[in-house]
Design a binder for this molecule. Structure first.
Ligand SMILES: Nc1ncnc2c1ncn2[C@@H]1O[C@H](COP(=O)(O)OP(=O)(O)OP(=O)(O)O)[C@@H](O)[C@H]1O
Ligand SMILES: [Mg+2]
Length: 467
């Protein structure tokens, strides 16, 4: 690439960077319309000029024919018309082929080798623009009687005036066209880019205020039944609004999680601190009291650790894509059941599984299932079995149910058990923080599955996970 080309390109880039899009669009539209206006005017000028010259050429041909008819065989010299001042309708001269034997030379009209060549029959007739006696004229040189040429000239003043006038008018119209183009370009860029301007303003407002509640105003929808008036910009604004709504939702959810978490952490942390302070004054306690306090401290520490871990998991949104794999559910269910049995030997866990494969993250699915099994075992009286069933559905889906024979979930609690930190009144005496089901539902949603709680027929709770 040449240095000049590179420099020009750099200049162009700098220009693009400096000018706002609206100005660039206006200039481009103006340039396009102006180019068309100027092009049309130029073309019109050429057409007018050639038509006027055509007219003049026709008159010249007729004059030449008339002169030849009136003087069928004239010698060299002026034939008709006042050639000196070119005042007559037409001025005609006869010129012989041989300049050496030409008594009439010099002529008033210009005679050159071309004229002699036409006289000798070596060249076709032709037209020339000449200036004669201070006036613009057009001249036809054509063949005449043998060995002679006929030159006819007509004043071209009126034609030239006409052409000049046409040029002026067309230039005026062209300039007007450019002005109108500039106005139109400005208008087009203004109206065309108005939604973009609004979009930019909204984005800037959000960046400045960090408040995702702002929305871009969309044009009101037409009357029902009319076709949707959706251009690209409106669609872009619509997508932007959708994105903002999601952002707002996510921000709100995160804020609520933090608020809930800090609220829920306060009680166990206070208890923890009380026990820690108690132990710090250990010398005043009996050995049994110290033993009890340290046991409580350990338990509370484990609870808080579990709570914090659960919160961290809940704060995660999507399953990280690289971890997603094809998971065989049957062994996963067996594994979770075995873990539940080991954890609470008093509650038998019965498993019935089909072969099912789903796309997912094994560790997260294990977490989901162990949360359900943990609840089932926790709320089951000793000896009452927990039943886990995995059924492959026709059409590729699958359904996993976990059922227990405990007290079940009261109808008024059913809508809330999946909320964070929600624990039914009856469950308050049992350990737990109310995060297990919230996490289970979040994992289910991330796997495009639906988790619902129901009352099992014959008593107990039933959780149904549908892939
Ligand atoms: N199998 C069940 N039987 C009866 N009630 C249940 C059952 N599973 C859940 N619940 C009710 O739903 C509430 C929320 O359950 P979740 O698992 O979210 O919390 P948790 O078990 O109390 O605490 P965590 O799981 O965080 O240790 C429970 O407190 C309980 O009231
Ligand atoms: Mg639980």
């Amino acid at each position: 690439m040449s240095g000049g080309g590179r420099g020009r390109r750099r200049l162009g880039a700098a220009w693009r960077r400096r000018r706002p899009l609206r100005t660039r669009l206006a200039l481009a539209a103006t340039a396009a319309v102006a180019l068309v206006a100027v092009g049309v005017c130029a073309a019109a000028f050429l057409v007018v000029r050639s038509a006027l010259y055509e007219q003049l050429n026709l008159s010249l041909t007729q004059s030449a024919r008339l002169a030849a008819q009136r003087n069928p065989d004239s010698g060299p010299g002026t034939l008709a018309g006042e050639c000196r001042f070119l005042a007559a309708p037409a001025c005609a001269e006869v010129v012989p082929a041989d300049p050496a034997k030409d008594p009439a030379a010099p002529y008033l009209l210009p005679v050159d080798a071309g004229t002699r060549a036409v006289a000798a029959g070596r060249r076709a007739p032709f037209y020339t623009d000449v200036v004669h006696a201070g006036h613009p004229a057009r001249m036809l040189t054509t063949d005449y009687a043998k060995g002679r040429a006929l030159q006819v000239a007509l004043r071209a003043g009126t034609v030239e005036d006409g052409i000049e006038q046409a040029a002026w008018w067309l230039a005026l119209i062209g300039a007007g066209g450019v002005l109108v183009a500039a106005g139109l370009g400005y208008w087009v860029s203004r109206t065309g880019l108005a939604p973009v301007t609004r979009l930019t303003a909204t984005a800037e407002r959000i960046a400045a205020t960090r408040d995702p509640r702002h929305r871009i105003e969309l044009p009101p929808p037409g009357p029902p039944g009319s076709p949707a008036r959706e251009d690209e910009i409106t669609r872009l604004a619509g997508s932007f609004n959708t994105m903002l709504a999601e952002l707002e939702q996510s921000v709100t959810a995160q804020r609520r999680l933090v608020a809930d978490a800090s609220h829920e952490l306060r009680t166990p942390l206070t208890a923890l601190r009380t026990n820690a302070e108690l132990l710090a004054r250990g010398e005043r306690l009996t050995p049994e009291q110290r033993e009890r306090a340290s046991l409580a401290l350990g338990r509370q520490l484990r609870e808080v650790t579990g709570l914090v871990n659960d919160l961290i998991e809940l704060a995660r949104d999507e399953e990280p894509q690289p971890l997603v794999e094809q998971v065989r559910l049957a062994p996963l269910v067996e594994h979770c059941a075995a873990a539940a049995r080991a954890h609470r030997p008093s509650v038998p866990v019965r498993v019935r599984v089909d072969e099912v494969v789903v796309a997912g993250v094994p560790a997260r699915l294990t977490r989901l299932l162990s949360n359900l099994l943990d609840n089932a075992a926790k709320f089951s009286p000793a000896g009452a079995p927990v039943e886990v069933e995995l059924v492959a559905r026709a059409g590729g889906g699958a359904e996993l149910t976990v059922r227990d024979h405990g007290p079940g979930i009261a109808a008024e609690d059913l809508p809330y058990v999946f909320d964070r930190f929600y624990r039914a009144g009856a469950a308050r005496a049992l350990p737990g923080s109310g995060l297990g089901l919230a996490m289970a539902r979040q994992i289910a949603r991330a796997h495009a599955a639906e988790l619902v709680a129901e009352a099992a027929p014959g008593g107990g709770a039933l959780f149904r996970l549908t892939f």
